[in-house]
Design a protein around this ligand. Structure first.
Ligand code: ADP
Ligand code: MG
Length: 692
């Protein structure tokens, strides 16, 4: 028997009114089967406004009429080309004008009945609408003009919106019925969801606004629910495919670990450590994402977890994306572990030959407790005697997944750390198979960071202020969007030329250094050393300083052409200051009237909260650009939006995870329809096909 419902799998070519040519055009829209056609959702819906007769149209007011096109004209030779049509009903005529309306030549022709909406003017004593909205009415529409509205599809030149509507509408009653229910009745009612087939019918041809809203809710819920179900199953599988060491934790271990830190842990750190202890106490491998701004104290948490693993006679690996960052981790770990018996080693890619062999041998025999390095530590040739915990500091590069850590049915506990705040919506989707912990507040004793948008007329005052701070012994960063001027963008400041200006004209009494991506790494390190030592007062750079610089005495950051940076990047840059006890100042130099740019600058001046900023960023840019779902192996969303449908997403997630808790392989008979839908949606992507 055929796995798929034969009717839904029918090629769209055989739908009435399609044929081979239009099937080609549909294919370009990603529509290949009848089912795809039903899932080709409208982008807008229109409902019948108050219809009037042409005679009753009032000048200077907006009105909607139905009329038959009498004649059309295209005036190409005018300075502004113009498409003109005259319509008539039984009470009079009205002219319609579309500037730049050449595209309408293929769409509007005499004899068609159309409904038009627009503002009415008198032009040479005749009624006229300029650039009105219109819909061509088919026969069925004309019989029920109150239903003229309905769906507006994203169309193409080869397949205009009205054409799509004309194809879908007649098949709808029968085709929608093929979309069979996959929820149990109780579940559906509890969540106030209308039936599935009804939702497909109403989305394409809604009876009214209320029915449309119900249809949208059902279809969005389905999409989000299936996505979350996929994630829940994936997570279940990773957790139950392999066992981890259940780590014992007690007061003695706790106080021994805490003694290593020369400060009290913050309540955020304590809370996260509590979550980690609870995770690691189980033989289900931990898979936790720890988020916190740079400097919020993640490394301390990671070290706590590593020492817990070591106390349980297992090994821990701490990994960073680059050698430099791995080096920094190792240094700070060394500081905390000075005098400890815990055996720790830094393993770099540069170590080769005999030395490397010796290190890998010691890892294999369990003579190293904590290994610090890059993700290369997980390479095939490196074996651990008993790897109990992996910490991955990914900064903003996400890659390693727990799946790849499984060895011979054993998996280490896994803690992923990131300094890039991930909005809750994305944490639930793109990283939806991880548990999430957050450190929101930095350790006490840090100064405030104040952010100001500096307009051109305030530049001099800002420079005066900076000079004062420099005189007081503080240091400053100046960040530019580009290395070198390119002539084309005259108003975009470049690091190399501005470095000269700043040194010679603005801060002649101070030492101004220059750092950018084209400088050799040895030279870069030398400049950074000088800046850290205070021999360079002002550091001019491109965004290369984004990662891994920590100079608490630098309390000023100027970002030039700040309007050219994204929110996440601005926030990341600002994270370079505010490391010490004194207050810091972030000055955003920008001249812009662009709405989005102004929005970004305002958020920056208002908020220091990385999560709020990330949430706003997602709103301003849309999720597509920031993190496409496809990039994370999730199916594309056709109707739901993780930003706008946030609440529904939360609901769907809760329901999906509860279901998997109760029937992890969806093998109960009442879940078969859902399981089938899930496999159809994800295919092999999430390893769901092996859900036996
Ligand atoms: P992250 O890894 O999140 O960037 P770190 O763990 O490196 O943050 O901590 C940043 C700085 O704050 C370090 O100098 C560390 O010693 C200090 N620190 C961490 N936790 C505390 C605390 N509870 N109290 C005081 N200082 C702390
Ligand atoms: Mg750190």
């Amino acid at each position: 028997m055929n796995e798929h419902d034969p009717d839904l799998a029918m090629p769209v070519q055989y739908v009435k009114g399609v044929g081979p040519v239009r099937a080609q055009a549909f294919a370009e829209l990603g529509v290949h089967t009848l089912e795809d056609l039903l899932e080709y959702f409208p982008r807008d819906w229109r409902f019948a406004p108050d219809l009037v007769k042409i005679a009753d149209l009032q000048p200077d007011q907006t009105g909607t009429v139905i009329g038959v096109i009498q004649q059309t004209d295209f005036h190409r030779s005018r300075r502004t080309p113009m498409f003109k049509a005259m319509i008539a009903d039984d009470t009079g005529v009205c002219y319609l004008v579309w500037f730049h309306g050449g595209y309408l030549r293929n769409e509007l022709e005499p004899g068609q009945t159309i409904i038009v909406s627009g503002k009415v003017m008198l032009y040479k004593f005749l009624k006229q609408m300029t650039n009105p909205r219109f819909t061509i009415l088919d026969e069925e529409d004309q019989a029920n003009p109150e239903r003229f509205g309905g769906a507006v599809y994203p169309g193409t030149a080869a397949l205009p919106a009205t054409q799509i509507r004309r194809i879908i509408r007649p098949i709808l009653p029968d085709a929608a019925r093929l979309m069979t229910e996959f929820y149990e009745e109780d579940f559906r009612r509890k969540n106030e969801l209308i039936e599935r087939n009804e939702a497909y019918r109403q989305i394409h041809d809604p009876l009214d606004e209320n029915k449309l809203a119900q249809a949208k809710r059902r279809l969005k819920y389905d999409e989000l629910f299936l996505m979350q179900l996929g994630l829940a199953i994936k997570r279940y599988h990773v957790r139950h495919n392999a066992v981890a060491t259940a780590m014992e934790h007690n007061e003695k271990i706790d106080s021994r670990i805490r003694r290593r830190f020369p400060f009290l842990l913050t309540s955020d750190q304590d809370a996260v450590i509590g979550e980690i202890i609870a995770d690691m106490a189980k033989s289900i491998p931990m898979n936790r994402l720890l988020q916190g701004d740079v400097g919020s104290g993640k490394t301390v948490v990671a070290l706590y977890a590593a020492l817990l693993a070591v106390a349980n006679k297992t090994q821990a690996a701490i990994m960073a994306p680059t050698e430099i960052l791995a080096g920094q981790h190792f240094e700070s770990i060394e500081r905390y572990l000075r005098g400890s018996r815990v055996r720790r080693e830094r393993i770099t890619g540069g170590i080769t030959g005999k030395k490397r062999k010796e290190l890998t041998e010691r890892l294999r025999s369990g003579e190293i407790d904590i290994a610090v390095g890059t993700v290369a530590l997980l390479q095939e040739d490196i074996d651990f005697a008993d790897l109990g915990l992996v910490v991955i500091d990914e900064q903003h590069k996400f890659g390693v997944r727990q799946r790849s850590l499984i060895r011979k049915g054993k998996a280490p506990h896994c803690l992923v750390m990131t300094a890039t705040p991930i909005p809750r919506t994305l944490a639930m989707t793109a990283f939806g198979d991880l548990d999430v912990s957050i450190i929101r507040h930095c350790p006490p004793g840090r100064g405030k960071v104040m952010t100001k948008w500096v307009q051109p007329h305030n530049r001099q005052a800002a420079f005066d202020f900076i000079r004062q701070r420099l005189k007081a012994g503080k240091q400053a960063y100046f960040v530019y969007p580009r290395i070198d001027a390119d002539g084309e963008n005259g108003d975009v400041k470049a690091a190399i030329s501005e470095h000269k200006v700043l040194q010679e004209n603005v801060f002649p009494a101070f030492s101004v250094g220059l750092l950018h991506g084209q400088i050799k790494s040895q030279e870069k390190e030398r400049i950074m050393r000088q800046f850290r030592a205070g021999a360079i007062h002002v550091l001019v750079s491109t965004v290369v300083i984004e990662v891994g610089v920590d100079v608490p005495n630098a309390t000023i950051m100027v970002i030039e052409n700040a309007n050219r940076f994204g929110l996440a990047q601005l926030h990341q840059l600002r994270g370079r200051i505010g490391r010490g006890q004194s207050n810091s100042y972030c000055l955003l130099f920008a001249e812009t009237e662009d709405e989005t740019a102004v929005g970004r600058l305002e958020i920056m001046t208002r908020s220091n909260d990385g999560f709020e900023i990330a949430e706003q960023d997602l709103r301003l840019r849309g999720p597509g650009e920031l993190f496409s779902t496809r990039q994370h192996g999730l199916p594309d969303l056709k109707i739901a939006s993780i930003v706008d449908d946030f609440e529904l997403l939360g609901l769907a997630r809760r329901d999906a995870f509860a279901l998997v808790q109760q029937d992890p392989t969806l093998s109960q008979p009442e879940h078969q329809a859902l399981r089938k839908a899930l496999i159809k949606k994800f295919g092999g992507k999430l390893g769901l096909v092996d859900v036996a």
